[in-house]
Design a protein around this ligand. Sequence first.
Ligand SMILES: Cc1ncc(COP(=O)(O)O)c(C=O)c1O
Length: 408
Amino acid sequence: MTGFSRQGAALVCDGVPLEPLAAAHGTPLYVYSAATIADRYRAIDDAFGGYPHSIHYALKANSTLAIIRLLRGLGSYADANSGGEIDVARRAGFTPAQIVFTGVGKTTAELGYAIDLGVRSINVESAGEIGRIETLSRERKVRTRIALRVNPDVDAKTHPHISTGLKINKFGIPLGAVSELCGQMRGRPNVEIVGLHAHVGSQITSMEPLARATRTLVALAARLVLEGTAIEHLDIGGGLGVSYDGSPVPGALDYADAVLPVLRESGLHVVLEPGRHVVAPAGALLTRVVDVKDDFVVMDAGMTELIRPMMYSAYHRIEPVMLREGATAPLHIVGPLCESSDTLGKDRAIARPSVGDLFAVLDTGAYGSVMASNYNRRLMPAEVLVEGSAARLIRRRQTVDDLLALEF
Ligand SMILES: Cc1ncc(COP(=O)(O)O)c(C=O)c1O
């Protein structure tokens, strides 16, 4: 079994003990299992089997260079959500034709950059954005490939902050407006509609909304083809969830079972943009106890290293790296910041720890380090990748000099 498990009392990553990693690199420290990332990427790839598909890993989940290089090596392409992510993808070796560019508020500079590169497709969010792409492409005398991000009005039944497919959300073009828009765009020399795109939310653990959004795209594509717009691909976004509490959730096979029969009706190439499902369980945040008082265990990591618990009331398992003997009691595991919301976990049944004890916040490979901040002038954590029996530093800890290098 790859990933995080117990060897006796000690928590290990792919058999590599965590305590020496924390001792060598300090805490807070992100540790990732390369084998888990590979297993989970391949599970999706295998589940879609012979059906024409490409996996554009969503960089927003975790874009540390070594992680995305690893994914590129496995055959993944990239989904970028900003000019910065396009740059990072390119530095990791992805070619423009391997990048789709998504985002609800792309600036003119970002659009110009993507057009100049000639990315596989820009997933457009509005008629206004198409107009801007058309102007920029005309100036450059090029034809830009776009996919229309459709808002299918599907409830992803996930946390409201990561639900994106409802009419009330800011994302995409209303379903009812797509056909007319395609009619207007037909035959235009500088913009070519090549695909339809939908992403209805993240951490989705019911396959029904994903299947429904796919069905909407398939039906829409069939109609558009009849009306004269040739659709090359359907981009069904990301969103497949993971289990944060150990209870069973649908996996890659369930996902493919839900969407493949629908996709087969179209025969169209499918683009997948998974993020969380590939990397979340592959990462853990290591953090040491700095104080214990009353019911509070104060850690050296908090909302600056992992904001998910504070932002989405997200639950993460938090485990001592070395199991301790003794009675357990419900304790609050909190961060060091001067914010009451800076709580990693409430009422966790653990044996009362001592200062210096090492804990692991599990399933933090996605939307963990990428959302870290320098609030309180705290420094970005280091990151380590476990590959086989070896572990290497893939991102050094930020220094105050790094921070102040931007200031005058
Ligand atoms: C357009 C788009 N694609 C893909 C993803 C990745 O989603 P997830 O990490 O849930 O797979 C996101 C994230 O919300 C997104 O906005």
